[in-house]
Design a protein around this ligand. Sequence first.
Ligand code: GDP
Ligand code: GDP
Length: 475
Amino acid sequence: MSKHALTIAIIGRPNVGKSTLFNRLVGRRLALVDDTPGVTRDRRAGIGRLADLTFHIVDTAGLEEGDSESLAGRMRLQTESALNGATMVLFMVDARSGITPMDRHFASWLRVQKIPVVLVANKAEGTRGMEGAYEAYSLGFGDPVALSAEHAEGLGDLYESITETARILGVDPRAEIEEEKPDEDETLDGPQEGDLDYDFEDPEEEPEFTDDRPLRLAVVGRPNAGKSTLINHLVGEERLITGPEAGLTRDSISVDWDYDDIPVRLFDTAGLRRRARVQEKLEKLSVADTLRAVRFAEVVVLMVDADRGVDKQDIKIASLVVNEGRALVIALNKWDTVDDRLSAQRAVNDVLTRSLPQLKGVTTVPISALTGQGTDRIMPSVLAAYELWNSRIRTAEFNRWLSAVTEAHPPPAVQGRATRMRYGAQIKSRPPTFTIFTNHPRGVPDSYMRYLENEMRRDFSLAGVPLRLYLRASK
Ligand code: GDP
Ligand code: GDP
């Protein structure tokens, strides 16, 4: 093992996703197994890379949850062995299942080791994962890095945490790891053939559409709003790419196509509807189908029939989108039938923002799917919304903003004691999600949270983006 390189151990109870992260960091290089008896098959080691960082990495996977009473003992042994020689620990918890007694056990044990810990809340993709990520604060290792090892989300934050911890330690996370013959006494394997030319994904560029992950888009709206008409216009039969999921066959629910070389996967609720045979069904909005499409999508285009105006069903769909935290673009369709366009657009915006204040500033694009007028503005708006949805605000910037807005308009005191918003940070994007530490997490009224949210939308130009702001108790 080289002396000045970083050595990271991934620690955590079974099934939190340690191997998944290990595999992602080590890539396709073979990780050899240490064959010390008792620890053996439970340990893997390799050379990890994350953008320009290079480090030794040890994984402690392999223990089964159902391993009964010997588990604690074996885990201890395995973990101790992994920690031996490590300069830094990634302590991983599962954001979906929440914090378990075993996590707490690990935490209290790790606290007495003299080794810096980066807390990682894995499986934090989507909104459901967030609960556990907040709970993870209570483990006392500071801000968790919200990560999805499986979907490669949050690697940028992991990069920052590792770099920062290495800086504090005075270890060079970019040190070239020397070629070395594996030594019998070594707990780590030397680099493998092809290590140095392995082309690792740059987390800064992730999760852009440049890799082969398509942008996931759904077009939703009431029956007859014009969804099929728009989809045909956007996709155009000749641009269809054939593949297992492609083709606008009547039964397909998703279709792949390229917009300006950007791969897009479109969830076709209209296609779903075409499948329905009973006329009566066609007239009803299927909430289940809509919800399915919204959950599938990163960006949702809500089609409103401008001829009929925004009604309760439209609001219901829009609130599904907001609740699911997806990026939204509103298409005001059938614009060709509208006479007084100015007041029509104003009326739509009024109804939307009155019913769903979060939608203030959301992009509305007047179109005629039938004639094609305005439809060329749909995809640029979708991409812009996607970009905002992926926004990241640096912690320092966020805190400067937080002290400015709380100073301008302080939160109400609770039982005579001032409420302080001490510190906060973005813990996730897609949608942008923030946690603020305060002395009175339960004493802050909703109206104040709305104030913060509105200020934030304005100051960081996040119009129309669903934001998540959470409060946590500060010590
Ligand atoms: P380990 O026992 O801690 O090494 O966990 P594994 O890496 O074997 O992962 C346990 C399970 O969690 C597997 O089924 C993984 O596919 C799954 N998993 C890992 N990372 C993620 C993630 O980011 N999100 C979700 N939803 N599942 C994940
Ligand atoms: P879906 O149920 O949302 O898929 O709606 P369709 O695409 O099937 O359209 C429903 C009806 O509205 C059809 O008769 C379309 O021709 C008509 N329609 C769609 N877009 C427009 C438009 O921009 N202007 C007008 N005047 N009619 C439209």
